[in-house]
Design a protein around this ligand. Sequence first.
Ligand SMILES: [Zn+2]
Length: 137
Amino acid sequence: MAEHKEIYLGYSTDKAVTPFLQKFLEALDAGKIMKSKCTKCGAEYLPPRQQCQKDLSECELTEFTEREAKLYSYVIVDFAPASLSSKQPYIVAIGEFPSGLRLTAHITNPMGPPTVGMPLKLAFEHQDKMVTYKWLV
Ligand SMILES: [Zn+2]
């Protein structure tokens, strides 16, 4: 059995508990993001789901290559959990890619108040064993 690199997602301390999540984290660590596609109905998920939400069939991981999105919605968090208190206030944003897939992540470099429809760029952040994705404006 191959030895897995210990990687954590985002700001949590949750380790990859399934091979599916481990593959997702390893891709993130390599600067790639994976989506999943249902083997039965073709529904796509970002971030990836192991089982289809519609028919519970298995999903396969495939690389997601879009990086430019538009701000679909956002919330400004003024009262953060303890683990994120040093970052408050911060913006959690849903970006919509041209394909229609949406992804939730922090905007880490706000240049003022966000505006729905503004362009976002997906980026990755590495810190020790932590890897995550974020939006840049
Ligand atoms: Zn399905």
